[in-house]
Every structure is written in C-alpha cells, then in structure tokens.
Design a binder for this molecule. Sequence first.
Ligand code: HEM
Length: 474
Amino acid sequence: IRQLVKQRRPRGFPPGPSPIPVIGNIMYLATEPHVFMKKQSEIHGQIFSLDLGGYSAVVLNGYDAIRECLYHQGDVFSDRPSLPLFMKMTKMGGLLNAKFGNGWIEHRQLASNSFRYFGSFQKPLDQKILEECMFFVDAIDEHKGKPFNPKHLVTNAVSNITNLIIFGERFTYDNCDFQHMIEIFSENVELAVSGWAFLYNAFPWIEYLPFGKHQKLFRNAAKVYNFLEQIIRRFSEGRVCNFPRHYIDDYLNKLDKSADNLGSPFSRENLIYSVGELIIAGTETTTNTLRWAMLYMALYPNIQEKVHKELDSVLGSGKSPSLADKKRMPYVEAVLHEVLRFCNIVPLGIFRATTQDTLVSGYNIPKGTMVITNLYSVHFDEKYWCDPGTFSPHRFLDSNGNFVRREAFLPFSLGKRHCLGEHLARMEMFLFFTTMLQRFHLQFPPGTVPSLTPKLGMTLQPLPYSICAVRRQQ
Ligand code: HEM
C-alpha cells in the first residue's frame, strides 16, 4: 500500500466525483461499475479519478485515452497496483499480478514459450483442441435435445486446453476435485471486485474482523493454493531435465538452473501463483465468451441460421471444422467478434499502475497510481461504433461480406500487458463454436427467454440459463 498514491487527489490530478468521508467513491462500484464510469466520463472527461477510500485511482475511458496511455506510454502504464488484496494473494509475484520488471518478463516469456512449443511436447495444439471439441459435443449430445445448463460442460472443456499445456493431460468431465477448485477460484474472481474487497484495500485491518466477504476470499484462495501445490507435485513426478513434458516441467527446469542465482524470480511459490493465474485467466474468460455466444445464437435465430449456412457451405457434410477454414468463414468471425465487443468479458481489464510520474492530457499522474482501463467504454465508444447498444455482427463485415478488423476493439486490452492467451483464446473460440454449431441447433426451452443481465465480477458472465441443443439434419 505504501507504493499506492495514498493522498486524496494530488495536485494536477484528474478530477472526479465528490467523495464522501472515509469511503470516498467506493459505494458507486456496487452495481455495474463499468457503466457508472462511462457515465462519469461524460461529466468529468475521458480521464477522471475516483477516491477509493483514501487512495486514488485514475479511470481511462474511450479508445483515444486508452490508446494514448497503454500504447503510446506503454512502459509507464504497465505495472500492477500494490493493493493489499493482491499483496496478500500473490505477494505481487507470479505472472498476471507481478510487478513490472524482471520477474514479470521472465514469467511471461516462460509461459509464452510453453504455449508456443506445446506442439513439440505433443501433437499440434489445434489438433488437441479439436479432440476436446469432440468430447464436448458428445457430452452435449447426451442431453438429447433436452434443456440443460451448459456452464459446467463449457468450463470443463475449455479448462482442459490450459490443462494440456500446464499438466500435459486433459481431465475427464467427472473430475470433481478439479471442478471444485475452478468453482471456488472463479468465485474469487467475482469477490475480488466486491465492495468488501475495495474496503479491504482501503482498510487492511478489516482482515481481523471475523465477518465479511473478504474472509471467504482468503479461505477460497488457501484451498486453491493447497490443491495446486498437490497437483503440481503429482505432475512433476518423473521429470527428466531438458525433456519437458509440459509447463510445470519447463518451470522446474528453469528453477533448477537458477538455483545459484540469488536474484532469480523463479520459486515454488511463484510456480503455484502462475499456474493458478493461467488456469483461471484461460478458463473463466473463454468459457464466458462461449456461454454468451450460445445465449445470443438462441436469442437471434436469424443470426444462427446465417452461421449454419456458412458452416454448411464451407464444410459440406461431414467434414469437421479446422483452423484452416477460418479465413473462409467471415460471418462466424464477425459473430465471435461482436460477442466479445457487446458482452465485455473483462469490462475493466485488469487493474494497472504507473511505473513513474507522467503527464497525460495535461494531468499529472504520479508513480504508483492505480489505473482502471474501462474496456467496456471502448466497445461502446460512440466515436468509433454506430449504435453500440445493438448486437450486430454486420459491423465487422464490409459490403462484400468480407471480415473487417475494427480499431476500437480491445477485449484483450493493449500494450505490454495485453492478454498473453489471445492467440490461444481465438483458436479455442473458433473451434468450439464451429464444432458445436455444425452439429446442433440451439434454442431456449419453449416459452422461456433467459435474462441478458450479466453477473458482476472481474469478468461478466451470463446468469445461469437452460438451453436445448437439438441435433441438426444435414
Ligand atoms: C490478461 C482478456 C483468454 C492469459 C488479460 C487482460 C485482458 C484479457 C483484458 C488484461 C490485460 C491488461 O492488463 O490490460 C482475455 C479474454 C480472453 C482471454 C477476453 C478470452 C476470450 C486468455 C487465455 C489465457 C489468458 C486463454 C491463457 C491461458 C492471460 C494472462 C494475462 C491476461 C496470463 C496477464 C498478462 C500480464 O499481466 O502480462 N486477458 N483473456 N487469457 N490473460 Fe487473457
């Protein structure tokens, strides 16, 4: 916390809504904070500040402000804030929450190498994803067109892709221990931005209160780390130096090699944190995207019909989709992009912090200031999107039906800390979505339309819903 800007709105700092004594603006974050922040930016400007109970955060809104900071001042806006909650969870080590510096660089490099070289441990990754897609659609088929909640199935299938990279193996869909771990981990993703978490960051002494949601967060984290420690030990058995079978072997080899180097960031503890971060960052986001995509396909049968038409014309009957087909499926690409834009899976990105004092749009932002990137406000930025509140895949197509990239599209954020798993996530989304829609027609149980209101947390997910996946006649 000492590294956070403790002062309330220092001189030259961006303006913001008036704080109330003690808790500042925390109470505004209870319901849809991303929507609240966009509205505030219409009053105070694209760059404004919030008082989070004694420490100040800068909020960046709209594409221009986010590009200016994350891209043009990439080195400055690449730290993570030393919030008491993050310090307690990962001591600012690991990967996703690591301070900007050597430890982060080394961990990021190791993880990207493991992703890239997965094919040399095993089969090419897209082949392995396709194998998982088959388990996935067969498991859906077991519901025989009757209503079911797809949440667990999608979570299991998606998490198996990171499992392959990290542990070298997929887990069967009835592995309760792993599923329980993911469940409480994902509960923490929700709790991490709850009012209690902000209160804990402002007043860390509430750790000693026997009640409050932050206690649940700590208990969950302890269980998750304990589980990960055991599973890491199990999967590292039989490791042979220089012949890594998966990410864990790779990490432990690095750890062995750096044993004499006192400054090395590699440690058993950081291995646990990194594994946890890769599992949750890879699972929660991609799962939510696919769950929203299923929901919107059932909600808009005309859009689903166009997807079916494209799949049938490119694949004919019987051939399974592959990555090579992506280029010939602009409509599928447009649909997946519109789901990412419209549903805002990570609406406020992952909190950043400044590495040094800086000046943006005439405002002084001191070193160590917490920075919130309102990615939702980029995807609903009226300067770049026409009628942003409408779900319309067509905005990603030109008049000839070709896919077009749009600038103000940042679901994976921007700059040095942009999502490490973007490439993997894109492969997964395309292959799971096309394999599923090739085989099924998605519809809601007769007479029901689920809520489109998202469940709030670090990520936005649909509330639980039931859907029928009816086999298509091809
Ligand atoms: C970071 C989005 C899938 C691993 C992030 C960030 C966003 C994001 C917004 C924050 C970047 C920032 O600090 O500004 C998404 C979305 C996904 C997805 C929308 C799927 C649709 C994945 C997957 C993995 C992954 C599949 C890996 C298995 C990470 C990691 C970071 C990150 C490790 C932290 C990067 C760092 O601090 O250097 N992601 N992500 N993500 N993501 Fe993803």
